[in-house]
Design a binder for this molecule. Structure first.
Ligand SMILES: [Zn+2]
Length: 340
């Protein structure tokens, strides 16, 4: 349990908030007080008397503070956020619910995080960080129609590029006119891929699973334990597999089993070289070194035919999709995006 900071540690907090995170001094001081409140409450729950509770709820009404408080919440304060949420009334419940959801998500309880956040994200209220996390967790439920319904309920502009894959999955017919839906399995895989990449960019995304967490995962057994055992023998996977593993572990409780299975397969795919046989805007036909043909959709949104031509040699990961004849191709320079 973290103890309240010494004066020297307080100064250190303010200095690193300024130099590493570029947080203005006034905001850094409020963040420090919030973190101290989490520590005081954790040491003694009676610390949170009524006026302190009101002060904290007032603080958490500010999205500028909440943006950075997400970093604090990933490490400490779960009980404080829970208590504040219990004492709050709308619209003051959004801030504590966001921080509680972050605490839960950071310890891989994504299903609870979703349950906490869902009721406090309401139409007409613009609380960016709560909304973004609520949508991430909704999409990770793996039902595109449900996720799009949630957007509509909240009155959000579904034409934002962030939701284009989701929009196509629900409204464009498989094998119809929409080029990104011509390969339905690959379109579905692109959505999952995009969500995993968004998770990696979260400030609390845990890409480096430590030895202690490894031991715990192995002790728990199951599919994640198998991956840990396997990669230990491989002297550590690459950044992309680490990102996919981190995402799978963090959101395991939310993800449908078909998506879990797909991610488990993706983690194990090895980098290979291919010859391009044909390239259209959203599709590549590839042959591997043994001459086996595979149809793949390019991983990113860039039209494949502007990047590659027949006869080119490409290297990367040919990921399976739920449709056996379709793949999702990730070029080998993409994993740079997985470094943080
Ligand atoms: Zn479409």
């Amino acid at each position: 349990m973290p103890r309240p900071r010494t004066p020297g540690q307080r100064v250190q907090f303010l200095v690193s908030a300024r130099s590493e995170l570029d947080i203005p001094p006034t905001l850094a001081r409020r963040l420090l007080e919030l973190s101290e409140a989490a520590r005081m409450h954790s040491a003694d729950p009676s610390w949170l008397h009524r006026s302190r509770g009101l002060w904290l709820l007032d603080e958490l009404g500010d999205d500028a503070l909440c943006e950075h408080a997400r970093l604090v919440a990933a490490d400490e304060g779960e009980q404080l956020w829970r208590e504040l949420l219990a004492r709050s009334k709308p619209p003051d419940d959004v801030g504590p619910a966001l921080l509680l959801a972050v605490s839960l998500d950071a310890r891989c309880a994504a299903d609870e995080a979703y349950d906490v956040l869902r009721p406090v994200v309401r139409p007409g209220e613009c609380r960016r960080w709560a909304f973004d996390l609520a949508m991430d967790l909704t999409e990770d439920g793996g039902d595109p129609r449900l996720a799009l319904d949630a957007l509509d309920r909240l009155g959000v502009d579904r034409d934002r590029p962030r939701y284009s894959a989701l929009h196509c999955l629900v409204h464009c017919a498989p094998h119809g006119d929409c080029p990104s839906m011509r390969l339905a399995g690959a379109a579905r895989a692109r959505w999952l891929w995009g969500r995993a990449k968004r998770w990696v960019r979260l400030p609390w995304a845990d890409m480096q699973i430590g030895a202690e967490a490894d031991h715990l995962l192995i002790a728990e057994g199951g599919a994640l334990a198998d991956v840990v055992r396997e990669f230990a023998a491989l002297r550590g996977p690459g950044p992309m597999s680490r990102g996919l593993f981190g995402y799978l572990r963090a959101r395991w409780a939310r993800l449908p089993s078909a998506e879990r299975d797909l991610l488990l397969r993706w983690i194990r795919v090895r980098w290979r070289r291919f010859t391009v046989l044909d390239a259209t805007p959203y599709e590549l036909v590839l042959a591997d070194e043994a001459g086996d043909r595979a149809v793949a959709a390019a991983a990113e949104e860039t039209p494949a035919d502007r990047t590659w031509a027949s006869g080119d040699i490409v290297s990367g990961w040919l990921l399976p999709t739920a449709v056996p004849a379709e793949h999702f191709f990730v070029v080998n320079n993409t994993p740079a995006a997985w470094f943080r």
